[in-house]
Ligand binder design. Structure first.
Ligand SMILES: *Cc1c(COP(=O)(O)O)cnc(C)c1O
Length: 426
């Protein structure tokens, strides 16, 4: 991956692209929303389809010359249906946020009411944060996780729904380590006659592999991103029953977007086909096993985990009980210095600012793609806590170089691109 052609045309960008490959090779990607796609997905995303305008849908495009765009989009849809089992799937959303926008536009009017999880409890901007369009166009009320247990407070959700009378309830989260009980949310939605949007952005791959319960067939709408636990390149998808198919298609295009990013849809098609291989189930199972291992190490070393563990690809540690003077932001910076990239995150009952919150969130999807199993993950867990402890004891000068060296051993052992076996499908 030396970007020779780019280099000939634009050395400055080529330098940055090469340096980014090196960065990804030399660091451990533990931001829970990130992963590494295969070279095949990247090649498809870099294909000539970036040139093609294909407004509309296969067989009913606005412009001529869409034969190959149709082939690619139909393959992406067909494979997505095999992965998630929905009656109708739209693969055009540019991102998870655009997928959610498509759902809102399909069935809500401006001013309608959305009930969603508080951002500091694990929700997402596109579920109605005031800084996002959803918070500006709709009236938004929040439900929470139980601060004692860290699990969604389904009874509190029912109470909030009875009081607020929402038009839509949103489930599915960004920083929630536990399995979501979709049917309990659906029962609440039925009781107040609201639509239920289940946003599985983080767990699309886990749901496709059957290692997390599926909301398909339960919720009215299911949205996802295609670049997190499913390794199909950047983008979004919307799933629904036939009943809502036309409304969703019209809401995505022309409602929310113009022409589809056909090169990214090609990436989705290739990534979905990789995920249909049996090896993807092993991958997803290992992702969860690795997250459980990481949770165990964190707890053995004295960290407090929101919900006390994980059922998914991510763990969320609340640093306040173990390291009361260390913010998530400071921890993140020191851990990044040691070449492990994760993020500071708010925790339920957050007492600091969202810009420098009290928790750290770490995911195992990308490391599992690199071929790491529980032994490597145990090492990584200890390295992270070594840095956290050092940051609290002002010993970072001594400890970070040691951790960096140990990270270098791990990244050498689990090479990103040369060891093609790191990917589920070549
Ligand atoms: C990541 C995420 C999204 C999608 O975000 P984009 O950056 O727009 O792709 C949507 N919902 C949730 C819950 C997410 O975590």
């Amino acid at each position: 991956m030396d970007y020779e052609t780019v280099r000939g045309a634009d050395p400055a960008v080529a330098d940055a692209l090469s340096a980014e490959v090196t960065r990804q090779q030399d660091t451990l990607a533990m931001i829970a929303s990130e992963n590494h796609v295969s070279p095949a997905v990247m090649e498809a995303q870099g294909s000539a389809l970036t040139n093609k305008y294909a407004e509309g849908y296969p067989g009913e495009r606005y412009y001529a010359g869409c034969e190959q765009a149709d082939v690619v989009e139909e393959l992406a849809v067909e494979r997505a249906k095999q992965l998630w089992g929905a009656e109708h799937i739209n693969v055009q959303p540019h991102s998870g946020t655009q997928a959610n926008m498509g759902v809102y536009l399909a069935v809500l009017d401006p001013g309608d009411k959305i009930l969603s999880l508080d951002l500091t409890h694990g929700g997402h901007l596109s579920h109605g944060h005031p800084a996002n369009f959803a918070g500006q166009f709709y009236e938004v009320e929040k439900y929470e996780v139980d601060q004692e247990t860290g699990y969604v407070d389904y009874e509190g959700l029912a109470d909030a729904a009875a009081e607020f009378d929402p038009d839509m309830i949103v489930s599915g989260y960004s920083a929630y380590p536990r399995e979501v009980e979709w049917d309990r949310v659906q029962t609440v939605a039925d009781d107040v006659d609201a639509y239920h949007l289940s946003d599985i952005a983080h767990i699309t791959g886990l749901v496709a592999a059957g290692v997390h319960a599926s909301p398909v067939g339960v919720a009215d709408f299911v949205t996802g991103s295609t670049h997190k636990t499913i390794r199909a390149g950047r983008g979004g998808i919307v799933m629904c029953n036939e009943e809502h198919a036309d409304a969703i298609d019209a809401a995505v295009f022309p409602g929310a977007q113009g022409g589809p990013a056909m090169h990214n849809i090609a990436g989705k098609a290739v990534g979905f086909s990789e995920a249909l291989d049996d090896s993807f189930v092993d991958y997803a199972e290992t992702v969860v096993e690795n997250a459980r291992t990481l949770a165990d190490v964190f707890q053995e070393r004295g960290l407090t985990l929101v919900s006390g563990g994980t059922d998914t690809h991510l763990v969320l540690a609340d640093l306040r009980p173990s390291h009361p003077d260390l913010t998530g932001g400071t921890a993140e910076d020191h851990i990044a210095d040691a070449n492990i990239v994760l993020n500071a995150n708010t925790v339920p009952g957050e007492t600091r600012s969202p810009f420098d919150p009290s928790g750290i969130r770490a995911g195992t999807a990308a490391l599992t793609t690199r071929g790491m199993g529980t032994a490597a993950i145990r090492k990584v867990g200890h390295l992270i806590v070594d840095v956290v402890d050092a940051a609290a004891n002002e010993r970072t000068d001594e400890v970070i170089p040691e951790v960096r060296a140990a990270v270098a051993d791990l990244t050498d052992e689990h090479h990103l691109y040369e060891t093609r076996g790191a990917f589920a499908v070549q």
